[in-house]
Every structure is written in structure tokens, then in C-alpha cells.
Design a protein around this ligand. Sequence first.
Ligand code: ARG
Length: 589
Amino acid sequence: MEKILELISREVEEAFAADGYDKKYGRVTLSNRPDLCEYQCNGAMAAAKEYKCAPFLISDKIAESLSGNEMFESAESVKPGFLNLKLDADYLAGYLRQMSADEERLGCEKSKAPKTIMIDYGGPNVAKPLHVGHLRSAIIGESVKRIGRFMGHTMIGDVHLGDWGLQMGLIITELKERKPELVYFKEDYEGAYPEDAPFTISELEEIYPTASAKSKEDDSYKEAAMQATYELQHGRKGYQALLAHILNVSVSDLKRNYENLNVSFELWKGESDAQPFIPDMVQKMKDDGFAHMSEGALVVDVKEDTDTKEIPPCMILKSDGASLYNTTDLATIVWRMRDYHPDEIIYVVDKRQELYFTQVFRCARKTGLVSPETELKFLGFGTMNGKDGKPFKTREGGVMRLEYLVNEINEEMYKKISDNHTVEEEEGRKTAKMVALSAIKYGDLSNQAAKDYIFDVERFTSFEGNTGPYILYTIVRIKSILKKYQEQKTLPQDATILAAHSESEKALMLEISKFNSMMESAYTDTAPHKVCAYIYDLANAFNHFYHETKILAEMDETVQAGYICLLELTKRALEICIEVLGFAAPEKM
Ligand code: ARG
């Protein structure tokens, strides 16, 4: 379906043209004075300069031409030359009827040029517990992915595990100290390795911090860990078998965690998967003359003449020949291009890594790892802070584990729900989990990704205000009205959305009508917060309508059936939106 603003603009543009003005002056925007009108056109102000006359003359003429146009209830010319527009209620109802005929998409057209887009998000590190820093990447990435998919693009999410580096050597070293008898440490061992891991996830999560702390105090321990890392990376079989165990145990734990967040990935690739591509990639960079030695390291210059700040060269290999985080990211681009030919790769990573990604992107482009048509996008997010304005911590001041945070909010929500009314334990827990997830995700997504925000448990879990629970509460309210209606009667076959009977009903209808344009710009601007803003306005408009209107007590059956159709559409719009944000609504709460 065409966007309603387009339809309105076209009509006004035609009026400009018919009166002998350039039609470009007929662009219509949403009103910035909703108390006066719904839409406005300021084109007469600009046209006045070209046609050398008073703007008021032009806006008067256009208003005149639009009078009697069935799209508008009123078209008013106001001094010094604005055009204030109100949509005809029948016309608006017709637009909404068309929307509701398309239950899946509410008239939002898929992109005419669908792309293949890879999205790199999550970014957890194997064997290290997920902490709140990883929360944002998961939440934002998942939503960006779902929005893109809704718009018709092929979205491929890759978790990009941090599974390559010193942490692996540290774990191996600590394990060796604790259980030196394991076959993995026998250098001349030729047989098969056991199928079961020699540790559980809780052991693994304890082993890593212990090893990391030891290495900071004990140089020889650190030396051993580096040696183990080196041997692992150079093919020592026992260590590779251990790596496989670490990965297995860790990945199943991660999957469980992400599942609780309603986040899932198409690809579970990691840094280690990129390693085989490094030698050829580096050789080619050398052969093509892009990589050169600088202070013992192999680098590619990436600064550009127009830079206003210093962009350091991209380091490819350290002086000891070891690869780096960059090298891995570049080699990851190699297999992504080879296997998926993406039109775009989006990285959802902490904004503190922005300079780093500038280097990587430039290097990839310069050395021809990506084709010129492939876009590399960095979506940097800000820090999640506690109420004290500092990065979110546990009460004791430690790094907050994601799992604990989620459990805490679940608990908080369960208390609220069971305080409100009696619920069965199991049902209540399930509902609490759904509402808690909406609190966490909406609390995050309603901010522009790049901004830091304060994770305020009390505010986020509130059923009032700009929160996830408020949105869910609104959906549940609509569901309950619909259910009551269905218990009393069946919706007549010819029931349909009718022209608004009140200001509040029309306001609700106007909000709904923005759906397709909102979704499109949420996609174009990679901006889930636009979806949040839309549903917040929509929920407010609905609740206002609800408080002013007797829906179930309405005596006129046709009017009532019209309300029910409007409620269905409101519910559907809210549901599609929370679906792309990555959470869902319960039946009751
Ligand atoms: N594992 C990294 C971290 O915890 C994030 C990975 C981001 N993605 C990437 N392609 N570098 O900081």
C-alpha cells in the first residue's frame, strides 16, 4: 500500500500544479501543531519567492481548490501562508480497511530490491559468562534483523563467537594444573579422545576467572598459557580436542541464555572459523602491495586525505607473526563474501570499537576483500549504566552476569503480578518472564542505540509510562475486550472499520495509519527505537479512546462491530511491532 503521506502529498501537489505552480511545493508533512490540524503543507511560503507574490495568495488558492476534495475534511489557509489539513474520516477509514485486509503486513510493502544482509551481533566470548555488555548487542541485533526480514530482506545473523585467543590457553593451563593425568595432555597419545568433556559449564566458568587472575600475578603461569595458546593454534591435537569440548559446553550454555532472551542466530561461527583464511589473505595483501612492514609489524595504511583525525594503520600481523583481532575480522569478511555474497554486513558492537571498525572497513575495501557494492555498516551502541550513571554493576559492585540480571527482573515481575491478583504459580511465572523480557528489551530499544542509557529496574518494570509492560498491558486489555465481545456475540460478516465517531477514535486511526512508513524508516535508519516510539503513541491513543468510549456497552451493533474491527487492527499493529522488537504478549497479566 502507498504511504498515506504520499497519497496526501500527491493530492496537494496536483492542486498546486492545477493552479499553475510547480508541484514540488505541494509536499505534505505531519502537523507540528496537532491541536490545529493533522497534516500541513508549507509549500506556499517557498513558492511565494519563486512566483513573487504574497504566500497567503497561494495558500488561499490551494485551499480553495481542495475544498470539496473527498480526501479532506478541511483544508485551511492560515497567515502568513500555511495550509492546514484535516483528513476526511471516511477516507481514513477506507485506508485502514485496506490495511486490515492484509493481516500479515498491514499493507506494508516488502522491499522491491531485496538484499542479502549479514548481521554480526551477540559477540559472546567462549568460557566467559555473558555479562550485561553483551545484552545490548543481542537485543539490538535481533531487532534489526527482524525488521530487515519483515521488509523482505534475507537476514543472516552470525554470533561471531570470541573463541580464539589467550582465554583458551588460560583454560588449558589451569586444567592441566588440576588434572594433569588427562589424556589431552599426553603428547604422544594417538588414540581417540573421550566424548564427554572433562568439566561442566559451572566448572568452566570458574576455571577461566581463576586462570585469568593467576596469570596476572604469575609470569610463568602467563608464559605457560601463551605457550598453550600457541600450540593450540598450531595444531596440537590434545588441545584441539579440549577446544572442541570447551566450545560444545559453552555453546549449549550460550544457546540456553539466548533462548531466554528470544534471540537466535542463523550461524554459530566464531573467530576460530576465520583462521584458515588468514595465510592466503595476508599473502595477497603483500603481493598486491597493500601490506608493508612498519616497526616490525605488517600493516596496511588506511588513512585518507579528508580525515580530520589520525586514523592509524590497520595491523595485520604482529612482529612475532601472530595474528590479531583485526586479522580475524578481515578473514571473517573473506568467508562471508565467499559463502554468502552479502550486499551488506552490519556489525552491532559497542561504540567504543568504532575507530577499530573504521580501520577494518577501510582495509577490507582497499585490499578488495569486499566488492565495491557491498556495504559495511557499523551500528555502535552506548553503555548500559546503573542509576548512579556508571556502567551497570551488581549490588556488590562486580560485573553483572546477564543471567542474574534476567532472573532478578523475572522475580521482580512475578512479585508485581502476584501482588495484583491471584495467579497460579506456573502461569504466573510464565507471564512474569514474558513481561520481564519486554521490560528489558523495550527499556533498551526505546533509546537510540548509540546513546548510553540508565537501566532503571523500577521504571522499566512499571506498567505505566513509556515501558514494555505498558505496551503489553495495552495489548492484553484489547485481547480481553475482544474476548468478552466474542463471548456475547459473533462479529457480523459485513463488520468493518467505520469513519471515526469521535476525536479520540480518529486520533487512534491516524496513529495506526503511520505503520508502513514507520516500519520502512526503522529499516532504512537501522532504528528499532522508531518502532518503540510508534507503539508508545499508538498505545496512548488507544487507551485514550478506550477511556472515552463505551465499547462493550455500545447499543448500535454496527458501530460496535466497527469498534471491534478497529481494535483488531490496533492489536495486530502492536503485535507485529513487538514481534520485530523481539518479545511477545501474554493472554492475561
Ligand atoms: N567478542 C567481542 C567482545 O566481546 C565482540 C565481537 C564483535 N564482533 C566483531 N566482528 N568483532 O568485545
